[in-house]
Design a protein around this ligand. Sequence first.
Ligand SMILES: Cc1ncc(COP(=O)(O)O)c(C=O)c1O
Length: 386
Amino acid sequence: MRIEPFALERWMTRYEMDVQWDIAESGIYPMSTRELLALLPEDERDDVHGRLLDTRLGYSEARGTGELRQLIAETYENTSPDEILVTTGAIEANFLLFNALLSPGDRVVAVAPAYQQLNSVPRAIGCEVALWHLRHNGGYFYDLNDLRALATPGTRMIVINTPHNPTGAMLSAAQLREIYALAEELDAWVLSDEAYRWLDLPGSEPLALPMRNLGPRGISTGTFSKPFGLPGLRTGWMAAPEDVVQRCWGLRDYITLSPGKLNDALATIAFRHRDAIAARTRAIVSDNLDFAEGWFARNSDLVSWTPPRGGLLAMMKYELEVPSVELANRLAEEYSVMLAPGSAFGYEGHLRIGIGSTPAIFSEGLQQTETCLRDLQASGVPMKRG
Ligand SMILES: Cc1ncc(COP(=O)(O)O)c(C=O)c1O
């Protein structure tokens, strides 16, 4: 397979290990193993620690342990553990689904901008990929009329992502139902990347139910990376009809074979304590949103944003006449701040910001960003016109 470089990953790996204030991250500040195990009730701790230490590190159950698949399945309607495949992150779930369900020449309609995998992989398979661009008018939103115009007869798959990376836009329950009905009309699949599931934000409407609940053409992918703050487990999943799971499992035999055994065990513990982890996430995010509100107000001559409606990401618009890669490089190299260049998403003049880092990192990262922008302004970089 020939595939274009994953632009944002390439850019991020240049700086992510070196900067002090990483506020570009797409997830919540990761939990440590100690923090995760501290969620166990005291009377279970010794027992669980002992079981983890005694775990024989053989190959794990290929689809993910029955216990983990059962827990995940229970969060969907009409879904059995046989309709869940535990994967190496949502990234593997998406990759397997594209490869199992698409053939060269198939028409795919994929949301744009997006986590690049969602359109690059179908394109690399040889599909004709039509991009469903979000609209921007005082906020980012999906226009279903645009989707209807693109999803012409013969469309094999509609690819959506809600809450959305990178804008924080969301599809409503009614819109999801419409998309499902359209897929039914077209005899197509809907692959819904729900990496940001459970990440409702204070003051926003609750997240709609997963696409998987709507019927057999609906496929949801999910992950421990974003809502749980456990990207290092490299554990995600798909919830799909059993024959689709079987086909993906068959492909997976050639790639990663099975989840890591300890990862599966830790993911199971995390799932059982989802509410406590969600409370940690909410506390981080609401502190950061409060700080951001004041910061954007203080710097409104230079920056603005549409706060995310869900998930952890948003686009920050800046008013200086400087390309976003140049600004992002300068921030990383001279101010030790990471904010992702908007050009990686087709939003020049913007930076992508994540609201999931610790409040100390988030606030200092924004303060340093302010210093950088003011320094540029003082050095004579002009403001954008119009
Ligand atoms: C929309 C979206 N989908 C999938 C992924 C992949 O996540 P992971 O493989 O860590 O589960 C990401 C990561 O940033 C993402 O933003």
